[in-house]
Design a protein around this ligand. Structure first.
Ligand code: NI
Ligand code: MN
Length: 227
């Protein structure tokens, strides 16, 4: 299965006949290198929280592809108010559902999820991460989060690939992400959510050097790995 990093926290997973995009912040993402077909044929759009750098172009992508949006209940209500015809699967922290490509579990994240429109802020519920089973692989996207001891529970899930924020300021920094890897024990880990903005500068090589128990794969925006 092919996993592509699209810059910031945006990830594309292609497996079986499915094309799953997580946190599709593309149009205004300074790191995103546009290609012709990243957003063509998307079947699922997953949103970890309502901040603009994660909800991004979710509505547009879902509309163009008639894709299913998977997000928390509060964000689903906000999106329904934008376009009633959106196909949305609302869920919440701790919930696990079978979906056509496997299963989705919503995991806790230590962060905010306010949705901002016209200088007003609306309640976007609780932020989350996603634990996905896709075909025979288990993938974890942490979303935006600080380090939590809850991550230790994830080691039982035998995660093949984890996407973890390392940029600090709004999320874990490198040193806390190193501890997270120790808790989660993924096979492979890709650092995300760094160097997009001034406040989240981090060195992924520093992260790679400090992690000893997993294979750290540094992806530039547009790079893919096969797992
Ligand atoms: Ni955020
Ligand atoms: Mn963010």
């Amino acid at each position: 299965m092919k996993c592509t990093f699209l810059g910031h926290a945006a990830v594309l997973i292609e497996a079986l006949d499915y094309k799953i995009i997580i946190d599709p912040f593309l149009k205004h993402n300074p790191l995103y290198k546009k290609t012709d077909d990243d957003t063509v044929g998307i079947t699922h759009v997953l949103i970890t929280h309502a901040h603009g750098d994660h909800i991004g172009d979710a509505v547009e992508i879902a509309q163009q592809n008639n894709a299913v949006i998977i997000c928390n209940f509060e964000i689903s209500s906000i999106l329904k108010s934008i376009d009633k015809s959106l196909n949305i699967h609302p869920m919440h922290l701790g919930g696990r559902v079978p979906v056509d490509f496997g299963t989705v579990k919503m995991t806790p994240a230590l962060h905010g999820s306010g949705y901002i429109e016209n200088d007003m802020i609306y309640d976007g519920g609780s932020p989350c991460g996603f634990l996905l089973k896709v075909a025979d692989k288990t993938i974890y996207h942490a979303g935006d989060t600080g380090l939590t001891y809850d991550m230790k529970l994830l080691e039982n899930s035998l995660i093949d690939l984890a996407f973890l924020p390392i940029g600090g300021n709004y999320t874990m920094d490198v040193d806390d992400a190193v501890i997270a890897v120790d808790f989660i024990k993924p096979n492979k880990v890709v650092p995300i959510h760094y160097n997009t903005f001034d406040l989240i500068q981090a060195d992924p090589k520093d992260f790679k050097n400090k992690v000893s128990q997993a294979e750290v794969i540094i992806l530039d925006s547009g790079d893919s790995i096969d797992i």
